[in-house]
Design a protein around this ligand. Sequence first.
Ligand SMILES: Cc1ncc(COP(=O)(O)O)c(C=O)c1O
Length: 399
Amino acid sequence: MPIGVGLEERFYPSRKLLMLPGPTNVPERILHSMIKPMINHRGPEFHELYRRIMEKAGKVFQSDGEIVVLTASGTGGVEAAALNVIKQGDEVVVPVFGEFGNRIVNSVKGAGGKPIRVDAQMGNAPEPSEIEEAFKRAKAAKALFLTYNDTSPGVTYRWLDEASKIAKEHGAFVVVDAISILGGDHLPQDRWNIDLVIAGSQKCLALPPGISLLSVSNELKEYMMENPPTTTIYFDLTRYFKFNEKLETPFTPAIPLFYALDEALTIILEEGLERRIERHMVTAKALYRGLEEAGVKPFVEERVRSNTVIAATYPSGISDAEFRRILNEEYGVVVAGGFGDLKGRIFRVGNMGETNARYVLHTLAAMILALLRLGHDVNYDRVLDAAYEELKPLLSHSG
Ligand SMILES: Cc1ncc(COP(=O)(O)O)c(C=O)c1O
């Protein structure tokens, strides 16, 4: 057992650098915000907390729509979207370019809909023209359900604005899984005409796992109120809309996570959403450049590369399990492996929330050492110099 891993650490795991695509590092301010007494979720303290959350969340979604906070992980948010938008037999266009697109297909089926898949090869994404073709085939399609950032290959759908326009021209609702991207890249919901955006807590918002946020356009809310779902109680969004009026949730909320959300939203607005997004772009560039200098190729085509999930292909001969074990046990850096067919072929670095120059340099240094140990030739100086060059905009911010 490595030095420093004692009995207590089995009960209180030591703090690691969580460069995972969720859960991610949670700032101290957010951790501390949760250590407060419980309050009555039907009382004035909760009303005030909820009012602050609603006000700030609208700014982060860049929307005048209605916010719902679900005490459920991201999957609950996606399922709620499917159950409230889709009726039996509805056709739904679903671009699929990773595992989370596949999961949407299953959620659509689960809600009684018929998914019209628009597939792309792993590491790429379908062109907007292919989405348009699907809408021409499925003339009465009810909605477009799109994963903005598919976390499994690390692909961001860079033509979301265009795809949304196409769906709207065909009279469809636009629903976006932004679980692994909201707060880390551009997503002006109202300007891009998106009816429903789903965000997760444990990603770019830098919260612990356990809640998801939905922002619903007025048009879609009206539709839902007139056609409430019949097969769910917990995920019936119309109940949440009604309780929003009295600044409450219909069921008992995860109060500590609501405290945390309040603080996380304050932190985002203090930094400024645009600056936060720019920070994610800079750190993403540094990670991609550093890895390339180390001879580790990005998995995804440049035009659809994610800034929040950096996926890279292992050089030949590098064992996924050994690489990640060394990073974790010896350098305290935790990164993710690949999903499904990509298991063993790629690894994924979360670049989310608190990400900064220090985290990037620490991660790259640890990776260089792990690669060297596994027999891969890497020039330490070249990798760190390349990353440092990209990180300069952040380093000059902090003086
Ligand atoms: C794009 C995307 N959608 C949905 C989910 C599911 O979220 P959760 O694991 O919080 O239920 C994830 C989780 O990684 C995700 O990245």
